[in-house]
Design a protein around this ligand. Structure first.
Ligand code: BGC
Length: 750
């Protein structure tokens, strides 16, 4: 008996030890000290195909606490989280909400995989910065990066991990409401800005103040026909490579974690199911290591395109093309397990997608500290802080473009006694902001009226001039004229409501409403200097109004500090330095009009004389205000353009020097722009292409020499397969203060 007990214990002890060890074993994927790759591999081994499909499923969230906790739809979403069927939410915001949802994922799901919370933080989270198009007009790359980093910091404190920005779509069509979200019409500049925005948002992704960025909309969404949202796109691979892809690529090279499919087709195939765009270019050629997310329902919308037969077919086509996370169309969660069981999609394909998403969950530290972003205290301390507002004001100052300033009507002279401020929008908080304001509130914002009152107090006399719907009547016009007649200067806020900027805000008439023109005509008769303050999320047609006013100040949509920034510029406390990054068309029929067009077989001679040229018979070919144009209260004079060689080899650098003098009375900042032209090439090149710029400070009467270096990359272009070429032959280099007025030199590449 004793022997039997001994023998049993001989076997039982190791068994018990083993059992005990097993129950305390830390799963490798939960082990902080293991490498991310080992943790991912361990987790993948443990996941069912349903849980893997869950990681590819992003749902629109909303609130989960308070009354929403009892909502049947919200409860169903939480149940899916418990079952591991959701990997990410969009539109769940705030430390409280994100923490509540995260708790269910981490504590109640089988594997405890944390959720990623995403939101459209496009130009600020609580402190709203100028719209991206306006911000880009500053050409101030460090400031642009800072703006994004503040947006990230505020968002991160509110539990967010990820924003759907920057939009890197090149567009030259102001009918498209989304031009407000980009960096304008130029490819090179778009690339520089895209990289800065990614860096600002992401930092090194190793703290709790930065978030994942998204390069969107991949690809060519800015080319929607006639500027109509969600419309068809038809561009060649030649244009794809040369005009549209470089900004997306620059953002990816800057480290962007995610890329969003666009809604449009490319070569007849929706971007979400487009193997050429996603697999061939993004994943294979560019070796993108992050993950791809659809645009809202863009997987299932392949059915509407007429490309997928049903949800299952859409899921199959999306993942086969290399696309990954499904935003809101639910075709992945509903069909992927079955597609794998049927052998249509390999588990390797699924794992490849899932592991990229898991990587960022590990990288952000969410497995170890799932609530680190949802910090109520930090949220309260960060949002709308004094410092953030100060940066937003700086950014807004630098975004305002002075388009016209006859007889130095601006800055407002300090001897002025009475200022007429006219315009419904100047006082309307409702019209101040665009569609993409994250969790910002117009109640926190300074209107133009508020800003001018802050600066000028009782010298400001306000009248409405037109109505909320941009109509007007005799009574409103007469009151405005009366106020103008007794004032020294007349400021008129015209344009269109901020609400008309953003997604699904296409306009057939991007112009100043007729009622406002009527108002300006009446005001003009007073003989007072009239300053038009144009609010809009896109370049409007200003051709008629420019004849009626002394000055035009393009105010775009400037965010929380709008009014203070406008007052800074009008008073001369800030000398305007911005230059437009989109051409202002002369007329609607001219759209799209852009500086980097091709020469054509029949270029119009500069004297406009003769027949059979590429031209309009009723308007000029040139836009009203060209790309890169913007005035200052001072004047800059360009002279002495020099190049170090007139013939270079492809390995040489070309050194370009120019002298810039501030010949006016104000200190200022000038944006010095360098363009090139490849005169003859195997694929035609634009008449001008921006290749470099510098924003320099010049005190009154100061003269500076500005030096640029051009490399072979700057002189190269892509063929239709995405291969970069530098071809020998004649080139031109231009330097100036905008794309039209430049000095020029010729050189040869041998
Ligand atoms: C837009 C995207 C946006 C997404 C999520 C879509 O309709 O096209 O730019 O990020 O919605 O809100």
């Amino acid at each position: 008996m004793k022997k039997l007990i001994l023998a049993l214990s001989f076997f039982a002890i190791p068994f018990l030890l083993f059992a005990q060890q097993k129950s305390t074993e830390v799963k490798l994927y939960k082990n902080k000290n293991a490498s991310i790759q080992d943790r991912i591999n361990d987790l993948l081994k443990r996941m069912t195909i349903e849980e893997k499909a869950g990681q590819l499923n992003q749902l629109n969230g909303g609130n989960f606490t308070g009354p929403a906790a009892n909502d049947a739809g919200q409860k169903a979403k939480m149940q899916m989280v418990r079952e591991g069927k959701v990997g990410s939410f969009l539109n769940v915001t705030g430390a409280i909400e994100t923490k509540a949802a995260q708790k269910v994922a981490v504590e109640e799901s089988r594997l405890g995989i944390p959720l990623l919370f995403a939101f459209d933080v496009i130009h600020g989270y609580k402190t709203i910065f100028p719209i991206p198009l306006a911000e880009a007009c500053s050409w101030d790359i460090p400031q642009i990066e800072k703006n994004s980093s503040i947006a990230a910091k505020e968002a991160a404190a509110a539990g967010l991990h990820w924003t759907f920005a920057p939009m890197c779509d090149i567009s030259n069509d102001p009918r498209w409401g989304r031009v407000m979200e980009g960096a304008g019409e130029d490819t090179y500049y778009g690339a520089v800005v895209a990289a800065a925005r990614v860096k600002g948002l992401q930092g090194n992704l190793n703290d709790d103040a930065h978030i994942l960025s998204t390069v969107k909309h991949f690809a060519v969404y800015g080319a929607v026909e006639a500027g109509r949202e969600y419309n068809n796109v038809d561009v060649s691979r030649f244009s794809l490579w040369n005009k549209y892809l470089p900004p997306y690529k620059a953002a990816i090279d800057a480290g962007a974690a995610t890329v969003m499919n666009s809604f449009n087709v490319f070569e007849g195939v929706p971007a979400s199911g487009n193997k050429y765009l996603v697999k061939d270019v993004l994943l294979n050629k560019w070796k993108f290591k992050g993950f791809v997310v659809s645009d809202w329902s863009s997987f299932s919308e392949m059915i509407n395109h007429g490309y997928a037969a049903n949800g299952k077919d859409a899921a199959y086509k999306a993942i086969s093309a290399g696309s990954m996370m499904d935003m809101e169309s639910k075709v992945m969660i509903e069909n992927l397990p079955q597609l794998v069981k049927e052998g249509k999609i390999s588990i390797q394909e699924v794992d490849n997608a899932v592991q990229r998403i898991l990587y960022y969950k590990f990288k952000l530290g969410l497995f170890d500290e799932p609530y680190k972003f949802s910090d109520e205290q930090r949220e309260a301390a960060t949002e709308l802080s004094k410092e953030n507002r100060a940066e937003a004001r700086k950014a807004a100052d630098a975004s305002i473009v002075l388009l016209k300033n006859d007889h130095h009507a601006l800055p407002i002279s300090s001897s002025i006694k009475k200022i007429a401020l006219i315009g419904y929008y100047a006082k309307s908080k409702e019209d101040l902001f665009d569609f993409w304001i994250a969790n910002g509130s117009a109640n926190d914002a300074i209107t133009i009226y508020d800003g001018l009152k802050n600066k000028y107090g009782n010298a400001i006399e306000y009248s409405q001039g037109y109505n909320a719907d941009a109509t007007t009547n005799d009574e409103l016009i007469n009151a405005a004229v009366q106020s103008a007649s007794s004032s020294d200067i007349v400021l008129v806020n015209i344009g269109i409501s901020g609400k008309m900027a953003g997604e699904d805000r296409a306009l057939a008439y991007p112009e100043i409403p007729e009622s406002q023109i009527q108002l300006l005509k009446a005001l003009q008769k007073t003989g007072k200097p009239i300053v038009a303050l144009v609010s809009s999320g896109r370049p409007l047609i200003l051709t008629k109004i420019q004849l009626l006013v002394s000055s035009i100040v393009q105010c775009w949509i400037l965010g929380t500090e709008t009014g203070n920034a406008v007052a800074d510029v009008l008073s001369g406390d800030y000398n305007p330095s911005a230059k437009t990054v989109m051409s202002f068309p002369y007329a609607i029929g001219q759209i799209p009009v852009y500086y980097n067009h091709f020469n054509t077989n029949r270029p119009l001679p500069t004297d406009n004389d003769g027949n059979w040229y590429s031209r309009y018979r009723d308007i000029p070919n040139a836009p009203l205000f060209p790309f890169g144009f913007g005035l200052s209260y001072t004047n800059y004079e360009y002279s002495n353009l020099q190049i170090n060689k007139t013939a270079i080899r492809s390995s040489d650098e070309l050194i370009v020097k120019v002298t810039v003098a501030n010949s006016g009375k104000f200190d200022g900042e000038e944006i010095v722009q360098l363009y090139i032209r490849d005169v003859t090439a195997s694929l035609i090149r634009p008449v001008k292409e921006l290749k470099s710029f510098q924003k320099i400070k010049l005190k009154a009467a100061e003269v500076k020499e500005v030096i640029f270096k051009l490399t072979s990359k700057d002189l190269s272009f892509y063929d239709s397969n995405g291969i970069l070429h530098l071809e020998p032959g004649a080139f031109k280099v231009f330097v100036g203060g905008n794309s039209e007025h430049v000095l020029e030199k010729d050189f040869i590449v041998q």
